[in-house]
Design a protein around this ligand. Structure first.
Ligand SMILES: [Zn+2]
Length: 93
C-alpha cells in the first residue's frame, strides 16, 4: 500500500467501515512509514477524545475539518513529487 492509498482510505478507516484485510494493510504500511503512523495516530487520538462523550459517529463538519488537517499534515510529511493538483498557494519558506 502506498501513502496515497492509505490517505484515500483514511475516511473509511476512521469510520470503521474498512475491510479487515485493508486494515491489515494499514498496519503493515504504518509499521514501515513513520509519517503515516504519526498521522493515523493523531486521528485515533482525536476520535478517542470525541468518543469519550458521544456515540461513535463523526459529524460531517468534524470529519471535514479532520480531513483537511490530515491533508495538510500529510503534505508536510510527504514531499510532493510531480503530481500537483489545483492548490493555489505559495508555499516556499
Ligand atoms: Zn506512508
Amino acid at each position: 500500500m502506498k501513502c496515497e492509498e492509505l490517505l484515500a482510505m483514511l475516511n473509511e478507516y476512521v469510520d470503521g467501515t474498512v475491510d479487515p484485510a485493508v486494515c491489515e494493510e494499514f498496519e503493515k504500511h504504518m509499521a514501515g512509514c513513520n509519517p503515516c503512523q504519526v498521522v493515523v495516530d493523531n486521528i485515533r487520538k482525536t476520535i478517542r477524545l470525541y468518543k469519550a462523550g458521544r456515540p461513535y459517529e463523526l459529524p460531517v463538519a468534524f470529519r471535514d475539518r479532520l480531513h483537511e488537517a490530515l491533508r495538510k499534515r500529510w503534505r508536510e510529511t510527504h514531499p510532493v513529487s510531480g503530481n500537483q493538483e489545483g492548490g493555489g498557494g505559495t508555499s516556499s519558506r
